[in-house]
Design a protein around this ligand. Structure first.
Ligand code: NAP
Length: 199
């Protein structure tokens, strides 16, 4: 597949770019130096001619929800029908039935990002776009450095996946692999999905 990766200069986007390239995909790595993900014209110019777009961006001033809006505006006119948006885990629901981000002990340093990510999920879910979007949530807390092991599960759901000990975590290598799996299978269209290690 010919895949544009917006945020490939970043941590997770870089891991996805390496995994996709290792599997033989033709990737276009993009960062803030060559695209503005909040500008529909900039997106259209950069992604026209690709089969799919992966988006993994972070920034201030509501960058993430503004990126979601700009992508939904730009992709149909760019002729790109598939986007996987790397979102947050804070909008997954805890056992109380409420999103982790609404818990009083949610880490303050991640609060703004997590609220932005929740807003982006609402934007995708309320859109009537023809674009086949998927929104990826890592475990709410433990997306940890580490290589691909291949021992992970991926599902469309609104609660975290966990191993048999009830722990929800995944390495960046496995999370990137789950993203590329989803690109290849075309699964989770108009759904939020999450991934976690099985061991
Ligand atoms: N547990 C969780 O919920 C969790 C944990 C980790 C990450 N995440 C989410 O995963 C996503 C990626 O995180 P990360 O840690 O990989 O981020 P990161 O390393 O900070 O990378 C952010 C990327 O965004 C790009 N970017 C910033 N502004 C842009 C713009 N206006 N136009 C185009 N690209 C722009 C940056 O490009 P330059 O470097 O070229 O400026 C960079 O490639 C974020 O949305 C983050 O919230 C969630």
């Amino acid at each position: 597949m010919k895949v544009a990766i917006i945020g490939a200069t970043g941590n997770l986007g870089g891991a996805v770019a390496r995994e996709a390239a290792a599997r033989g995909h033709d990737i276009t790595p993009l960062g803030s130096g060559n695209i503005d993900v909040t500008d529909p014209d900039s997106i259209k110019a950069a992604v026209t001619g690709h089969d799919a777009v992966v988006v993994s961006v972070k920034g201030s001033d509501r960058l993430v929800p503004r990126a979601a809006e700009a992508l939904l505006e730009a992709l149909p006119s760019a002729g790109v029908n598939r986007v996987i948006f790397l979102g947050g885990g804070g909008s997954l629901q805890s056992e109380s039935g409420r999103p982790f981000v609404e818990s009083p002990d949610f880490p303050a340093q991640y609060l703004e990002t997590a609220l932005d990510q929740s807003e982006a999920l609402r934007i995708f879910r309320s859109s009537e776009t023809p674009v086949e979007w998927s929104y990826a949530s890592p475990p709410p807390v433990y997306l940890v450095p580490g290589d691909k092991t291949g021992a992970y599960l991926v599902e469309a759901r609104d609660t975290p996946l966990a191993n048999e000990n009830g722990e929800s975590r995944i390495t960046i290598g496995d999370y990137a692999s789950a993203i590329v799996d989803t690109l290849e299978t075309g699964a989770f269209v108009r759904e939020r999905f999450t991934a976690a290690a099985t061991d």
